[in-house]
Design a protein around this ligand. Structure first.
Ligand SMILES: [Zn+2]
Ligand SMILES: [Zn+2]
Ligand SMILES: [Zn+2]
Length: 294
């Protein structure tokens, strides 16, 4: 919530004591006997905002710029939040904020995460996942498309089983394009599901913070997908890198033990991997068997 000038209602940046628009003092003396809320620290001044962390009424002199907006001085000093570049999208621009967060997560994750606001709206985390997925899949998808196109171009036309080779080529292209568009959407949706599973495990491990914290930790741990800009590498290496980072983000943002963080980050993927591996194996087995018959 942005605080606003008591005289002209223009929003102001915490730290200011006079209004940038009308020039009036933001410190307004409380009229004796009036019912307007006054600052919890300075009862002589009217409150201009309530602290989102502790709910206290605060005057302009007490407001500090925390990451969730204007917070009171007491809360700010207790835990001065370092800004995560991703939260500075307005100042930096979305792509720059994304790139800086990724870079920080890859190069110095513990330093980057120290003191950041553990919570963020789920939507903000989902946008981060979406961008990571684009970075991770797009380049590889393009290279696959080019390779497929090349193979199709070189392949003898009898390979198409009598169908019009042009139609087949067209459908292949449509398929690849759909894959490139749908993959990031699918990946974002999957993150919601896997973060939900992880959150369940973290809760069992005694974590108290909400799902949006798990979601944020899960999202920023996907930073390694940015190396997907280099084709192929990300698709194979990034998931493992991300899983390692997830242990760190869960531990830091939830302030929990290594044990709980490891369980939260690895238990669901390992179990689902065993399950998927089994299903995949079964499909392969069936495919080999049926091709043997045919
Ligand atoms: Zn004003
Ligand atoms: Zn406060
Ligand atoms: Zn005050």
């Amino acid at each position: 919530m942005t605080p606003s000038c008591p005289s002209c209602q223009a929003p102001f940046t915490p730290g200011a004591e006079t209004c940038g628009r009308c020039g009036a003092s933001l410190l307004v003396a409380a009229a004796p006997g009036a019912v307007d809320p006054v600052c919890a620290v300075h009862p002589e001044w009217l409150s201009v905002a309530t602290c989102p962390r502790c709910g206290a009424f605060a005057c302009a002199r007490c407001l500090r710029r925390g990451h969730e907006g204007a917070v009171c001085a007491t809360c700010f000093e207790r835990e001065p939040l370092a800004p995560l570049p991703w939260d500075q999208r307005e100042e930096l621009g979305t792509l720059k904020a994304f790139w800086r967060t990724c870079f920080g997560m890859l190069m110095r994750p513990t330093e980057l995460l120290r003191g950041v606001n553990p919570d963020a709206p789920v939507g903000s985390s989902m946008l981060f996942v979406f961008l990571s997925a684009i970075a991770g899949f797009l380049t590889t998808g393009l290279v696959y498309t080019a390779v497929m196109g090349l193979i199709m171009g070189l392949a003898p036309e009898t390979d198409t089983n009598g169908a019009d080779p042009k139609t087949v080529k067209l459908w292949m292209m449509v398929g690849m394009a759909t894959w490139m568009v749908l993959m990031p959407v699918f990946s974002t949706g999957m993150t919601l599901v896997t973060a939900g599973l992880d959150h369940l495990i973290l809760r069992i491990g005694g974590v108290e913070r909400g799902f949006s914290v798990t979601m944020r930790a899960h999202a920023i741990s996907q930073a390694p997908y940015i190396v997907g800009v280099i084709p192929f590498i990300a698709v194979y290496a990034a998931p493992f890198w991300a899983m390692g980072l997830r242990v760190v983000t869960y531990r830091t943002l939830h302030r929990t033990s290594w044990g709980t963080a490891v369980a939260g980050a690895l238990l669901a993927p390992v179990l689902s991997c065993c399950l998927c591996g089994g299903v995949y194996g079964a499909i392969m087995f069936a495919a080999i068997k049926s091709s043997g018959q045919g």
